[in-house]
Design a binder for this molecule. Structure first.
Ligand SMILES: Nc1ncnc2c1ncn2[C@@H]1O[C@H](COP(=O)(O)OP(=O)(O)OP(=O)(O)O)[C@@H](O)[C@H]1O
Length: 347
């Protein structure tokens, strides 16, 4: 699902935010305890939309301080999982605890500690950038002076200085996305859900968004980040889950996931001429799993290691084989996904 300018309405977010904040007059509550407990704990979650099984006994644990990635192709259940956790959707089975407490639609004390950046841009067209941020911040923070500071900080955080008096329709797609983020995080939540925040944004805005998320995390927020872009998840997430068809397929750090499967480093070398004996020597290297030579290209699949390329080039040199372009690719999360599901993660 792609966010678009046509989706720029504050109504959806207001509903979510009011639900989340419990309204402007919701009581200010002291932080509930969650020391020593997962900040997110989901067990056996089942969600059906009629015939469609969107979440199939889904389990999840996220610890305080993590940038946790939910990575899966379109339709794998990422948004459904988030919306269930936020109690914006009812579900058929399972339990959800946030901050160590059972999450319920009426738990405004928990909802106030959460920020949500929804997949579809949801801001008010008739309000300026600053008014939009202030509006959403006011759902959580009633003190005007405090709010002024928070809005200033959110404007700076999202790189929206100079645009504060603009209405959303005057903003580029990337700036609109940044406004969407500023509206979701101005109240400085402890736990923030970002649902595919970089879909359809330019590279500059994308980098600003990812850097902003890192900063929030350094300042103490736990982040849940959904994406179908594996490069982004690899870049910013401390741990991640690969999802498909409503199920958690694998969870771990980048390195742990790659170590779980047989995916190794791929090496290709352009070699105009290559003797069979050299190919045999390559195949005898302990970390080389497969070596093929065809159409002037040497293709190797190696176990993960640090000296793969050096060892391969040393064999080429020993046989006096002249070589051209050299290309090496470490294993990617796509390889992990491919190995588990038999299909590509990329759309
Ligand atoms: N309101 C709905 N009614 C019926 N089916 C739905 C609805 N929302 C989602 N689904 C279905 O539930 C499954 C999970 O969808 P969901 O949007 O949670 O996936 P996603 O991983 O967030 O995908 P995307 O990246 O496209 O947003 C899909 O098969 C989707 O078609």
């Amino acid at each position: 699902m792609e966010a678009g300018r046509s989706a720029a309405t504050g109504d959806a977010r207001t509903k979510a935010a009011l639900e989340t904040a419990g309204g402007p007059r919701a009581p200010k509550l002291a932080g509930a305890p969650h020391e020593g407990r997962s900040i997110v704990a989901v067990d056996g979650l089942v969600k059906r939309y009629g015939e469609v099984l969107a979440l199939d006994h889904f389990n999840l644990r996220i610890e305080p301080g993590e940038v946790f990635g939910l990575l899966g192709p379109n339709g794998s259940g990422k948004t459904t999982a988030i919306n269930c956790m936020l109690q914006l959707l009812t579900f058929d089975k399972g339990t959800i605890e946030l901050f160590g407490e059972p999450m319920r639609p009426s738990r405004y004390d928990l909802k106030r500690r959460i920020g949500v950046v929804p997949q579809n841009v949801a801001v008010f067209e008739e309000l300026t950038v600053r008014e939009n941020i202030d509006y959403f911040c006011a759902l959580y923070v009633s003190d005007r002076a405090r709010r002024r500071d928070l809005v200033d900080e959110a404007v700076a955080f999202a790189g929206l200085e100079g645009y504060e008096r603009f209405r959303p329709r005057k903003l580029s797609g990337g700036l609109l996305r940044r406004l969407n983020i500023a509206c979701g995080i101005a109240h400085k939540p402890e736990l923030v859900f970002f649902d595919e925040p970089t879909v359809a944004v330019d590279p500059q805005s994308r980098n600003a968004i990812l850097e902003g998320i890192r900063q929030m995390n350094r300042a103490g927020s736990t982040v849940v980040y959904t994406s179908h872009y594996m490069e982004e998840v690899e870049e910013i997430c401390t741990r991640l889950m690969i999802m498909d068809r409503g199920r958690a397929l694998a969870t771990g750090t980048n390195a742990e996931l790659k170590a779980m499967v047989d995916a190794g480093e791929k090496i290709q070398v352009d070699v105009p001429e290559f003797p069979d004996a050299a190919l045999e020597r390559l195949r005898a290297l302990p970390h080389v799993r497969r070596a093929l030579y065809r159409d002037g290209v040497l293709e190797l699949a190696c176990a993960n290691g640090t000296h793969n390329l050096g060892d391969v080039l040393a064999v080429l040199q020993a046989f006096g084989a002249a070589f051209g372009r050299v290309w090496a690719e470490p294993p990617t999360l796509n390889d992990v996904f491919l190995e588990i599901t038999g299909t590509e993660l990329r759309d």
